[in-house]
Design a protein around this ligand. Structure first.
Ligand SMILES: Nc1ncnc2c1ncn2[C@@H]1O[C@H](COP(=O)(O)OP(=O)(O)OP(=O)(O)O)[C@@H](O)[C@H]1O
Length: 720
């Protein structure tokens, strides 16, 4: 059992008392009692007494930075203050961005309830593929990526009076690009308001690009004729370095909200844990057996890890004596379909303690009712990118202090909480203060494509908060050029570049869909892209490895993993249709599919998510007028299309049986999960590089090396 030290309980404020079983009471209480309770909760939040002061600050300053403890009421209350202060007048909208979909949705629901309105009316949310807003929406929660897409259609963001960039400390690539863009929009809108626009026109009344800034010019044009108020910008978090943000926004004012609603005790282990998953498991049961009531939130690094811990908890939970409180495990990770994600917010049935197994998706903004304990092993799966090789991969790294603080902040929202950090306190001091901005460690081709579509041609000149390395920019520009998204002078190409920018996918996948319509295999490519967008379609429990292997063989294609995935998808559709024909009830059909998945060792959750993505992309594709045809049995055509699409990820077999990637010259190995693991072919394309102790490649298909020359001459004809 990992022994926990309790060196000092860092109680931020111990004056307030625990509020009891709020969640259970809420369910029982009638509407008015609940309303009263919410009003009471709101008035006791640390942000409540400073409403007037914050409003004054917003009126006085175009840009404001707000820092306040987790749970102090920033996300839910500030937009309501602004609405009450008149920022929703004249049809204007107060926009709040979140790095994650689940936060945008759940916070919007909570605020709609606090306001006593139906979701989608005064308060709404908008996330990719789901818009719950209407013309009466004045407080709109959304993901930062969605606001970027909105800017494509309305560059001056003319509907918004205020934009709040929440959880800015996360420094996702979208947040960073958004901040640069918002700076431009603010600039352009204040120039429109100051009526300096006339100064920018030539004798014929044509706007001049005096500052050689096409983005600003585009914005000024879009402001023309509209009377737009200046755009107010608020940057918010519990754990950001206000100085850095203030400097970027020309000395913007920072306001600190004092106080915390409830204390959270921090506990550390005495020693480093050699096996953090084992330590996690032990701590879950330690809390369950020794601590008082309250649910547990556990932070893990990914779907596979969550599912294996889930199985282990369920196994051990069977040993809990009859009559004691039972354990209910609920997973949450980004590739889980939304309605399943929402299950973590439902109260556990009586007699159960809820154990939520989450990735960092539950780290910021969300309030999960009932959570009293947080277990934090201190690790996170992060993207890394090597601009030299052009390869992106995911690795498990320690969290930053800011992330650790956010995680502990998920407890102590309804009453005092405890956070169990599964590492010694001395290790905490060694963590980075904040997470390295994603823009510094990811492939930039997606960002650059979006910026180009927004009219920003000079990427190196763009005012990034933290500039990505020149090499990373050059490499990504080169990649976009090779994919045909950019012209010789690095402008967005028509129609390919424009079409690619419209699809909410990685440029390489967008291009594969566009190409597939020419190769008459868009049906197959759509399935492929959907299946590649989810984690682990197959699963193999340790005790049934042989059975799982045999089941997988039924779907295997000798050509590789892409066709294998298509076989799984099609077999699942067949199962669904068969069941529908036999029984029209949706629930029965889903049950048959779930049974089919179990028998075939297919991950039902992942498959459902892939079906979701499939229908969403299909809608986009059809709107774009691309021809969704199937190549039927002509799999050669499909493989040629894979070669034409993923030529940047091609590898050639070496005499020692390993492979060498063409683009990076890196030595890579086929992952044991690939159907081509044993039957090695001379030339392959792959979709994923996983770095463990080896450079493993996954999702592989065999191709003819001559196709590369024929189908990607822009790259291979110039290589020697
Ligand atoms: N869905 C909900 N159910 C119950 N209580 C909630 C809910 N959402 C918010 N609250 C209450 O409102 C408080 C303030 O939440 P809010 O998200 O506004 O805080 P915050 O300062 O933005 O926190 P963070 O920095 O962690 O995002 C929470 O601590 C909790 O008490």
């Amino acid at each position: 059992m990992p022994s926990m030290s309790h060196p000092e309980s860092r109680n931020f404020n111990q004056n307030q008392k625990f509020n009891g079983n709020t969640t259970k009471n809420d369910v029982r209480d009638d509407y008015f009692v609940r309303k009263q309770r919410i009003a009471q909760q709101r008035s006791s939040l640390p942000i409540a007494p400073v409403e007037k002061r914050i409003l004054e600050e917003v009126r006085k300053n175009d840009t404001l930075i707000i820092v306040g403890e987790t749970g102090s009421g920033k996300t839910t209350q500030l937009p309501q203050f602004l609405f009450n202060g008149g920022f929703g007048r004249d049809g204007k909208v107060i926009g709040i961005t979140q790095p994650r979909r689940v936060a945008a949705v759940t916070v919007a629901k909570r605020v709609a309830e606090e306001c006593g309105v139906e979701l989608g009316q005064k308060v709404g949310y908008s996330i990719r593929f789901e818009d719950v807003t209407s013309s009466s929406t004045r407080i709109k929660y959304m993901t930062d990526g969605l606001l970027l897409r909105e800017a494509l259609l309305d560059p001056s963001l003319s509907r918004y009076s205020v934009i709040i960039v929440d959880e800015a400390h996360e420094r996702t690539v979208h947040t960073d690009v958004l901040l640069g863009l918002l700076k431009n929009v603010q600039n352009a809108r204040s120039r429109c308001t100051n009526q300096q626009i006339g100064l920018e026109k030539d004798n014929n009344g044509v706007l001049l690009d005096k500052e050689n800034n096409s983005q600003c010019l585009g914005l000024l044009k879009s402001c023309q004729g509209k009377k737009l108020p200046p755009l107010k910008l608020i940057i918010m978090s519990a754990s950001l370095d206000a100085r850095v943000f203030s400097e970027y926004f020309g000395g913007a004012r920072a306001v600190h909200i004092q106080g915390r609603q409830y204390p959270v005790d921090m506990l550390f282990t005495h020693h480093a844990e050699p096996d953090y998953l084992d330590a996690t498991l032990i701590t879950i049961f330690q809390i369950h057996l020794e601590e008082g009531p309250g649910d547990i939130l556990v932070f893990l690094t990914g779907q596979e890890e969550i599912e294996s811990v889930e199985r282990l908890v369920q196994e051990r939970a069977q040993q809990i004596p009859e009559g004691s409180q039972k354990i209910l495990t609920v997973p949450i990770f980004s590739s889980l379909p939304s309605e399943q994600q929402m299950q973590v917010f439902r109260p556990a049935p009586s007699g159960f303690r809820k154990v939520i197994l989450a990735t960092n998706i539950a780290e910021t903004s969300v309030t999960i009712p009932g959570i009293k304990y947080v277990i934090d092993p201190g690790l996170v799966k992060a993207r890394t990118y090597n601009p030299l090789t052009g390869m992106e991969s995911l690795i498990i790294v320690p969290t930053s202090k800011a992330q650790a603080l956010q995680r502990s902040g998920r407890a102590g929202r309804e009453g005092p909480g405890k956070c169990f950090r599964l590492y010694p306190e001395s290790e905490f001091g060694k963590l980075l203060d904040s997470t390295v901005p994603e823009i510094k460690r990811c492939n930039l081709s997606n960002v650059i494509l979006q910026l180009k579509a927004l009219g920003v041609d000079d990427i190196t000149g763009f005012d990034f908060m933290e500039k990505p390395s020149r090499m990373a920019i050059v490499k990504s520009l080169e990649q976009l050029f090779l994919l045909g998204a950019l012209t010789d002078d690095y402008k967005l190409s028509k129609p390919v570049g424009q079409q690619m920018a419209r699809l909410p996918l990685d440029p390489i996948y967008s291009k594969s869909l566009i190409l597939a319509s020419e190769f008459n295999c868009l049906e197959e490519m759509l399935i492929t892209v959907a299946m590649l967008s989810v984690e682990s379609i197959f699963y193999a429990p340790r005790e049934k490895l042989e059975e799982a292997r045999a089941a997988r063989k039924c779907f295997s294609s000798p050509e590789g993993d892409h066709l294998t995935l298509i076989n799984v998808y099609r077999a699942s559709v067949e199962c669904l249709e068969k069941s529908k024909r036999a029984n029209s009830k949706d629930r029965t059909t889903e049950r048959s599919l779930s049974k089919w998945c179990k028998e075939n060792f297919i991950n039902n959750r992942s498959l459902r998510h892939a079906r979701d993505i499939h229908s969403q992309i299909r809608r986009h594709i059809e709107q774009m007028g691309l021809l969704v045809a199937s190549c039927g049995d002509d799999t050669l055509q499909f493989r040629r299309c894979l070669a034409a699409s993923f030529f940047l990820n091609a590898a050639l077999k070496q005499p020692d049986g390993t492979y060498r990637a063409f683009a990076s010259s890196q030595v890579v190995q086929i992952h044991p999960s690939s159907v081509l693991f044993r039957t090695k072919s001379d030339c392959i394309i792959f979709n994923e590089l996983v770095r463990t102790n080896h450079n493993y490649i996954r999702n592989i298909t065999r191709i003819d090396p001559l196709w590369l020359l024929e189908l990607a001459p822009q790259y291979y004809a110039t290589q020697n």
